[in-house]
Design a protein around this ligand. Structure first.
Ligand code: HGY
Ligand code: MN
Ligand code: MN
Length: 364
């Protein structure tokens, strides 16, 4: 392909197509390659492949660009194995220091720091590059193509989502600590049952997050029980909280009330609440939004401006350069599931919009 490969200290992967003026800041386009335990075949990876296709199309069309175009695959966008998500793009945009998450462990007790070091060692033959704005310069612009992961484009019969911004997200890990006991002998009146107090805590959190308008997104997606035996009282329960909302004040108010809601639900156990991720709602650059919209129109595609319910790496590029996103429809709005699907024609349409936008930005 004639693209220069490099990685930074967060193992973010870059493929660079040179422009005519190497002194100019590059245009970045890409997404992530990691997925969910029961993830689909399009979330993230399509955006990386679409960026690669776009660069190939620009080159094969004999279009020279002033600016280099770099395809990027960000490290750990999902945050499923190691919380939080978007580690690679957060470190690149200096939203957090690159060693902020080294102690984050997976369910086997392996640390992100050790696993990242092993990954970088396995890729030791790849040229290294400075880490984003921390050690280098900001890109000229960033564009990310991604499946919508929601039902709107399909329901409205629209080809392209021109993403206006991303709702806010906060992640917490709650640990409820009691005492293990024999399930057959320990009287309930003497137990410190971590599972029972966890149920009370989640019930209290459901009340806190209740929203008749159905705008708040509150999810407990992971529960780890110890000793996790049917005839032993639970000694420790760890559970995750994923809270989302488009209004920063609501996100702040509900997120700041989590610890008190959990503490108030404890009857015999002790609880700790640790915040793992806190990303305010963000808006994308009007110029990038307009460029995406114009490209869709030039290609005869129907487009609509819309916010993103899912977070993306573009959230952490937006503070350091003009950024935007291109959505394509998700069948039935399904994502983070093996039946996630977008048709080849829909993917091709999104890729053509991306190629047009990237070529235009790289000649600005
Ligand atoms: O969780 C998210 O919003 C993204 O899909 N990782
Ligand atoms: Mn994604
Ligand atoms: Mn995802």
């Amino acid at each position: 392909l004639g693209l220069a490969v490099s990685i930074d200290r967060m193992a973010n992967l870059f493929l660079r197509l040179e422009g005519t003026d190497p002194t100019l800041q590059p245009v970045l386009a890409g997404s992530h390659m990691d997925s969910q335990p029961s993830g689909g075949r399009f979330d993230g990876i399509w955006g990386v492949i679409a960026a690669l296709e776009a660069v190939q199309a620009v080159r094969d069309a004999g279009v020279t660009t002033r600016r280099a175009v770099e395809v990027v695959a960000w490290t750990n966008e999902e945050g499923s194995r190691f919380a939080p998500g978007c580690m690679g793009s957060m470190a690149f945009g200096a939203a957090q220091p690159p060693d902020a998450w080294n102690a984050s462990t997976d369910t086997d007790g392996l640390s992100f720091g050790a696993e990242l070091a092993a990954h970088l060692d396995a890729e030791r033959d790849l040229p290294r590059r400075p880490l984003g704005v921390v050690e280098g310069t900001a890109p000229f612009a960033y564009v990310e193509a991604h499946i919508e992961q929601g039902p709107r484009l399909e329901a409205e019969g629209v080809d392209i989502g021109v993403v206006t911004g991303i709702q806010g997200a906060r992640w917490f890990t709650v640990e409820v600590l009691g005492r293990s006991d024999h399930a057959g002998t320990a009287p309930l009146s003497l137990r410190k049952d971590a599972m029972q107090d966890t149920v009370r805590a989640i019930t209290a959190l459901n009340a806190l997050m209740a929203d008749p308008a159905d705008v708040t997104r509150f999810t407990v997606g992971r529960v780890e029980v110890s000793p996790n035996s049917s005839n032993s009282v639970a000694e420790r329960v760890r559970f995750s909280i994923d809270l989302r909302h488009p209004d920063a004040a609501v996100l702040r108010a509900k997120g700041d009330a989590v610890a008190a809601a959990v503490a108030g639900a404890m009857t015999t156990c002790a609880a700790t609440v640790v915040e793992r991720f806190n990303a305010d709602p963000s808006v994308f650059a009007p110029g990038i939004i307009a460029t995406i919209e114009a490209a869709a129109a030039r290609l005869g595609l129907r487009s609509v401006r819309m916010p993103s319910g899912a977070f993306h790496d573009a959230r952490f590029l937006a503070p350091v350069c003009p950024a935007g996103m291109i959505f394509v429809p998700s069948r039935g709005g399904i994502s983070h599931h093996p039946s996630e699907y977008t048709s080849p024609a829909q993917l091709a349409a999104g890729t053509r919009v991306l190629a047009s936008v990237v070529a235009e930005l790289a000649n600005r």
